[in-house]
Ligand binder design. Structure first.
Ligand SMILES: *Cc1c(COP(=O)(O)O)cnc(C)c1O
Length: 389
């Protein structure tokens, strides 16, 4: 069934939104394959976002682990992470659907920024909903978004965090969908969002496949990606799903410990349930109440896992794993010292998993880590961890 990945996914929303989502699905299926759209999207990816991103052979990380490690350098995408791939795609789609405005929500501000950038490039008004608590915590990204001309609207409902902002954005969309597109930031939400986001992010895996074949003449033994909603992971994995010899690892935030009040490891601690319009793996208590997830990496701090990743983990095609905060900070340092690169805390989860799970990899195996973003945004947290904690 369309919009379903096994039992996951679907469209658990109000009657009003069903119609809006159907319109979006129809428009995406009609517009995306056209040569005009493809040409404009890939032109922007090349000349604005900075694609293709390099596949970098990490010689010193390889020596340290006895593996052959490549890094897919999404940190070099404009804005510092993979997020712009999807934002550019959806902004272009919205423009071609005749919308004049995009709305979205953001927690750490990284997705809000990429949406503001994409909106400006394409020529759309941008409004970002953000929990009041998150606005305080991420004041510098609020300034950046405002400098780009985006309207940042504080969300005071609920506890003033991401999940409340998502609910508010869905409500706003139901009222304004004639002129407005909701630019979903990860491979989550009601159908067709997970499919749209995965499609735009698949550029990562398509490039990676060409590059590794060129360098090594064969496919990798494993691809490792971090995630919460799962957009960078599904983007890297998609072109390899039917290559059963390529192992796929999805690494989530272990937090401080697996104690459910201190973690974001939804594949260990959660179970399937409905959140923000889709059935997916979520952190929840016995009564089905969403449990707040907890990790030092803001980008992994969402209680749900996208429906396709939920399905692929359930069927065993993708192996879920997690990394604890302390392993993540150590991985940042190791990567900085070995390779001169400071990964985002999110990205460092994937690196930490490879460094700390030698039992998963045979000596000399070809392992690609999706290097989803750079760590400049996390510098204060990294310094606090090493020099104050
Ligand atoms: C937002 C973010 C993530 C998590 O998002 P996914 O949709 O799960 O990929 C991972 N890495 C970085 C650098 C991010 O900014």
């Amino acid at each position: 069934m369309r919009g379903r990945y096994g039992r996951f996914g679907g469209r658990y929303v109000s009657e009003v939104l069903i119609h809006v989502l159907e319109e979006l699905e129809e428009a995406f299926e009609r517009i995306y394959p056209t040569p005009e759209f493809q040409q404009e999207f890939h032109h922007l990816l090349r000349t604005y976002a900075g694609r293709p991103t390099p596949l970098y052979y990490a010689r010193r990380l390889s020596e340290r682990t006895g593996l052959k490690i490549y890094l897919k350098r999404e940190d070099l995408v404009t804005g510092g992470s993979h997020k712009l791939n999807n934002s550019l795609g959806q902004a272009l789609l919205a423009k071609r659907m005749g919308k004049r405005r995009i709305i979205t929500e953001t927690a750490a501000g990284q997705h809000g920024l990429s949406a503001a950038m994409a909106g400006n490039v394409v020529g759309l008004e941008v409004e970002i909903f953000m929990g009041v608590k998150d606005m305080e915590r991420q004041a510098s990204n609020v300034k950046r978004m405002r400098l780009l001309g985006a309207k940042v609207t504080p969300v005071t409902t609920g506890t003033g965090v991401l999940k409340d902002a998502v609910s508010d954005t869905l409500r706003e969309w139901a009222k304004t969908s004639r002129t407005t597109h909701y630019l979903m930031g990860s491979a989550v939400g009601p159908a067709p969002f997970p499919e749209i986001v995965a499609t735009f992010q698949s550029v990562i895996g398509e490039e990676l496949r060409r590059q590794i074949l060129e360098f090594e003449g064969r496919l990798p033994d494993a691809i490792v990606a971090c995630g919460s909603g799962g957009s960078n992971a599904i983007g890297a994995f998609r072109p390899f799903l039917s290559d059963s010899d390529v192992r796929l690892y999805f690494i989530e935030g272990g937090g401080e410990s697996l104690d459910a009040d201190n973690s974001a490891a939804a594949f260990v601690l959660g179970r399937p349930g409905v959140l923000h319009g889709a059935l997916m793996q979520i952190m929840q208590d016995e009564d089905g109440q969403i449990k707040p997830s907890k990790t030092r990496a803001a980008g992994l701090n969402y209680p749900g896992r996208g429906p396709e990743i939920s399905y692929l983990c359930e069927t065993g095609r993708v192996k879920p794993g997690y990394a604890f905060d302390r392993e993540v900070f150590e991985a940042v340092k190791t990567t900085a010292e070995c390779e001169g690169l400071i990964p985002a805390l999110e990205t460092a989860h994937a690196i930490a998993y490879v460094l700390n799970h030698p039992e998963e990899f045979d000596r000399g195996e070809l392992v690609v880590i999706n290097f989803s973003g750079r760590g400049d945004k996390d510098l204060d947290a990294i310094m606090r961890y090493f020099y104050e904690d």
